[in-house]
Design a protein around this ligand. Structure first.
Ligand SMILES: Nc1ncnc2c1ncn2[C@@H]1O[C@H](COP(=O)(O)OP(=O)(O)OP(=O)(O)O)[C@@H](O)[C@H]1O
Length: 993
């Protein structure tokens, strides 16, 4: 293996490549190896630094190494794992093997030769005889360097440039050396050297390393100034380095510095002088170099420790700078000793041959001293390392504390941020809740508005339909009457006129005829008399003619006169004939007039026929309108149901009864929207004492589908529920029940004379009658059941059968109908029958009340009206049930302070009311087909098909106006609110076609 490889090994250890201007020192001279035995070699056993960080391997503490460039690198030097040989031991090796040493070419005096040989052998391991195996030398070196790079065991001697340079530097140092040595010492050294050469022992290599060429960073820690002084090393000069390992990098150099602190009390000059084997001389550098070169050529090529230096011309010359301070190390072959003890001894030893035991004794002492020194050096190094480590740790702690402070600040900031975020989240949550509440209010408002609108629409539609029908009917009858009266009038007028005309005509014609006949008769009589007179006259005349022929003339004259008279008479006759003709014409005209009059009557009858036809058309239109009305009735029912669905299949209304004259201390119950919607009721709660001792009262507001104040009447209440009653007629199961504490007005609302039951049955009766014209025929069957202490009683049965006759409730699950066994059902064939039913029920309850005090308050009563309708025209059939329930008082057990039978009653009431609440709750929350606990109480079991999906439910929550009942009032209103918030599925009409 060559030197280059060895150098590579070193570079790996340090982790730092040699600087470029130091690259020519690629191989450390063997002589330098010794210097590193105690310091550098041990350090070289450290693992190489990772990157720029330098971690001291010898220190057990995990010290963080600062990577800051201005911080000094901390290097700790561990205790070498191996036991380093002392110089004496090393020296003993060649000494003991002296026989194996090459023969000295020159004769040397035995005393001097032995002294020099021993001295050299004791001083250095370089004094290895030629015939010592390379392996042996390598072992010795490895023993000295510990875990450091192994000395190559190649057969050829490494020819590193550094070695050459070392040789050259050494020779140069001879020129520049300013060593203050005495002449005697100089002489002694020269002599010793010469003697050593003669003995065949390689003198020590001199390595000269310019300080600048080491490329030490300026900020690298420098050795204390006192150290060179204590070493007594001049600032200029060349010193010998005994170590084969060169200072190959600045890091190495820095590591050396602390190590060199310890031997500060070593006097180099004294040591050198005492050894006498070597000396420094500025003037003898070249000569020594040549001597060393000669030494090399004198058969020592195979010994790496005896590597000869080359001539100056062969090695690169570093630029000499007068100002450059050269760092010089002198190898200490021996442990230092005080001049007082060592110098006389050595002087004496040099001059006189001393016995071997002295030498041995001396060697032992040296060995001990060396060990002691190494130990101290190690301890000091360790202490230094620890100090540095502590400093680093402290700085690290400071850093960490600063980081911790920073983190605490950050943490505080984060905590405050977290608080902010939490408060923000809280406000967002509150906002969300407010929005939800607002939305629910808005949704309720919208729903309410929609319901109102639908109600309005429906009312308007109904009113419009009624009005139209009325108007149509009125118009029809009016037109008919008008037409009939007009026709009658016309006919009468015509008849009268005709009769009058006929009468007049006949009278006129008769008068005219009689007149004419009389005239004719008069004229005929007159003409006949005249004719007779004329004939008499003619006879007379003829006689007279005869007689008077003469007279004829006379007569002729007379005749003429007569003729003229005749003409006159004829004229008169013509005139009479003309008059007769005129009369005939008048009669004819009269006759024509009569005819005309007769023809006018036909036109009138034609007009009458037209009118009749129009009347028929109007009647047909009315028929069509009736058909349309029937269709609209069906549509109305459908729309009505949709309206009911929109209103919700469970509706809750509240009624506050008025306070009686005997009652005082009313509760503060207000109706905020009484003027508008009448859907809210506000109750001022009981006063409570706050923590501050103040009396505070809370106002509780509840909203329902409708709220009736104390002034409301049963008629007003019924108007709101009449639509549900109508639904029962249309084929729905309807359940209306009154809930509230005793005395809150349940019975008054439900069963009083003008209560819901009589009103409902009356409306049903009226409506059934009205629907008859639309083809509907209804059968109505009523029952009245009491649920007392979880048993059914028939309130329409005989009073003596109460609590004895067992009434059974059977359900037809297929038809979803309820049948009552052993219960009387009364056919409602008129409104009066309802009164009878109510009377019977009331009587029975009164009888029962004698058995159990206040029984009416302690039992539920259910009026069941079954309505079955059929339409012959459309073929439809509807089956609906109207259940009107007056519940028992809802006061709480602890409040009623009941005992004994009352306690049982109260428990049963509470149970059934609680079950009713459960059923409503289950209907509101459960999915279709899910279990609803109807069977948990007799009441809910009885109303199974009237509560739930197939029914429409309305609950009246009755409220007492008294302050004493305030707590019960609030409880009732809460329960009602819960029911109001329940949505029951869509109701289904029970109709068949
Ligand atoms: N709206 C009202 N107008 C006038 N008087 C009323 C009204 N409501 C109730 N009353 C009267 O209050 C009294 C108690 O009413 P009612 O008997 O109806 O109460 P209730 O709740 O049915 O009690 P119970 O549970 O004992 O049957 C009766 O005298 C009744 O006439």
């Amino acid at each position: 293996m060559d030197t280059a490889n060895e150098n590579t090994g070193i570079a790996k250890r340090s982790g730092i490549k040699p600087p470029s201007n130091f690259s020519h020192i690629t191989s450390p001279p063997r002589a330098l190896a010794e210097l590193y035995d105690g310091s550098v070699n041990a350090r070289s056993a450290m693992p190489p630094p990772a990157g720029t960080k330098h971690k001291p391997s010898g220190c057990k503490l995990p010290l963080p190494i600062s990577s800051e460039p201005d911080r000094p690198l901390t290097i700790s030097v561990p205790e070498p794992a191996f036991k380093r040989k002392t110089l004496a031991e090393k020296a003993a090796e060649p000494y003991n093997q002296k026989s194996a040493a090459p023969p000295n070419p020159r004769p040397v005096p035995s005393g001097v030769r032995g002294t020099i040989a021993r001295g050299l052998a004791a001083s250095t391991s370089r004094a290895i005889p030629k015939n010592v195996s390379r392996h042996h030398s390598a072992s010795a070196l490895s023993g000295s360097v510990g875990a450091g790079p192994r000395i190559p065991s190649g057969n050829t001697r490494p020819k590193s440039a550094y070695g050459q340079y070392a040789g050259h530097a050494r020779s140069k140092s001879h020129h520049q050396g300013m060593r203050p040595a005495t002449g005697m010492r100089q002489r002694e050294e020269d002599d010793d050297e010469q003697e050593a050469e003669r003995q065949g022992v390689q003198p020590f290599h001199i390595s000269t390393v310019p300080f600048e060429s080491l490329n030490v960073p300026k900020n690298a820690p420098q050795a204390p100034k006192k150290r060179p002084n204590s070493l007594n090393v001049p600032s200029k000069g060349i010193f010998r380095l005994s170590t084969p390992r060169s200072v190959s990098s600045p890091s190495n150099l820095r590591s050396i510095t602390p190590v060199m602190e310890e031997p500060a009390d070593i006097d180099c000059e004294d040591v050198c002088a005492n050894l006498g084997a070597l000396s420094l001389s500025a003037s003898k550098g070249d000569k020594r170099a040549s001597r060393v070169g000669r030494g090399k050529t004198s058969g020592k090529e195979d010994n790496p420790f005896l590597k000869p230096t080359t001539s100056r011309s062969q090695i690169p010359q570093p630029t000499p700078t007068p100002k450059k301070q050269q760092l010089v190390f002198q190898t200490l072959f021996r442990p230092p000793s005080t001049p007082s003890t060592r110098v006389p001894y050595l002087n004496r030893f040099t001059n006189d041959r001393v016995p071997d035991f002295y030498n041995e004794r001396m060697e032992a002492m040296e060995r001990d001293f060396r060990m002691f020194k190494e130990q101290i050096e190690g301890d000091v190094r360790q202490a230094t390392d620890y100090k540095e480590s502590i400093q680093q740790l402290q700085s690290r702690v400071t850093e960490l504390e600063a980081i911790r402070a920073r983190l605490e600040v950050v943490n505080k900031g984060l905590e405050s941020e977290l608080d902010d975020t939490r408060s923000c989240l809280k406000s967002v949550k509150m906002e969300l809740e407010m929005n939800q509440q607002k939305h629910s209010y808005e949704a309720d408002d919208l729903r309410r508005r929609l319901r109102n609108e639908v109600d309005d629409l429906e009312t308007r539609h109904r009113k419009d339909t009624d009005r139209l029908q009325r108007e149509r009917e009125e118009a029809e009858s009016k037109v008919r009457k008008e037409l009939e009266s007009r026709i009658d009038k016309l006919l009468k007028e015509h008849g009268d006129e005709l009769a009058e005309l006929r009468k007049k005509l006949s009278a006129d014609s008769e008068a005219e005829q009689s007149k004419r006949t009389q005239e004719k008769e008069r004229l005929e009589t007159e003409y006949a008399s005249k004719l007779r007179a004329a004939a008499l006259d003619a006879d007379v005349k003829q006689r007279e003619a005869q007689l008077l022929q003469g007279e004829l003339t006379n007569v002729k004259a007379e005749l003429d006169r007569e003729r003229s008279l005749k003409a006159g008479l004829q004229t008169q006759l013509t005139e009479a004939t003309t008059t007769n003709l005129a009369l005939s014409a008048t009669g004819k005209a009269m006759k024509e007039k009569i005819d005309f009059l007769e023809s006018d009557s036909q036109a009138q009858s034609q007009a009458f026929n037209d009118l009749h036809r129009r009347m028929q058309e109007a009647i047909e239109a009315a028929e069509r309108a009736h058909d349309k009305l029937r269709q609209e009735e069906t549509l109305r029912r459908k729309l009505f149901n949709q309206v009911q669905e929109l209103k919700g299949n469970i509706r809750v209304m509240c009624r506050v009864r008025p306070s009686h004259d005997s009652e005082s201390d009313p509760a503060q119950i207000t109706f905020p929207d009484n003027d508008t919607d009448s859907k809210e009721v506000s109750v001022l709660g009981p006063s409570k004492q706050s923590a501050m001792g103040k009396d505070t009262t809370t106002a509780y507001s509840y909203s329902f589908d409708r709220v009736f104040g104390p002034s409301s009447q049963n008629g007003e209440v019924f108007e709101e529920i009449s639509q549900l009653v109508q639904s029962a007629l249309d084929g729905y199961n309807v359940c209306i029940f009154c809930y509230g504490q005793t005395g809150a007005g349940k019975t008054h609302t439900m069963s009083s004379v003008d209560g819901m039951i009589p009103r409902a049955t009356a409306q049903i009766w009226d409506e059934a009658q009205r629907l008859q014209e639309k083809g509907w025929r209804y059968s109505m069957e009523g029952s009245f059941i009491e649920v007392y202490n979880e048993t059914y009683n028939d309130l329409l049965g005989r009073s003596e059968d109460l609590d004895k006759k067992k009434v059974e409730v059977r359900h037809d699950t297929a038809k979803k109908q309820t049948h009552l066994e052993n219960a009387v059902s009364v056919m409602l064939d008129g409104p009066k029958r309802v009164e009878e039913i109510l009377d019977t029920a009331s009587k029975n309850r009164t009888v029962a009340a004698t058995k159990a005090n206040m029984r009416s308050s302690r039992s539920h009563s259910v009026f069941i009206l079954k309505l079955v309708g059929t339409n012959e025209i459309t073929g439809e059939r509807s089956e609906g049930t109207l259940n009107l329930v007056d519940l028992a008082g809802s006061e709480r057990l602890e409040h009623s302070k009941a005992e004994g039978a009352r306690l049982k009653e109260t428990q049963n009431i509470n149970k059934s009311l609680s079950c009713l609440g459960d059923v409503i709750n289950a209907l509101g929350s459960a999915k279709e087909g899910a279990h609803v606990p109807y069977r948990n109480s007799k009441l809910t079991y009885l109303l199974q098909y009237s509560l739930g999906g197939n029914s429409k439910t309305l609950m009246f929550v009755m409220v007492s106006p008294l302050q004493a009942h305030l707590q019960e009032t609030i409880t009732s209103l809460k329960f009602a609110t819960k029911v109001h918030n329940t949505h029951i599925g869509t109701a289904k009409k029970q109709t068949r076609t």
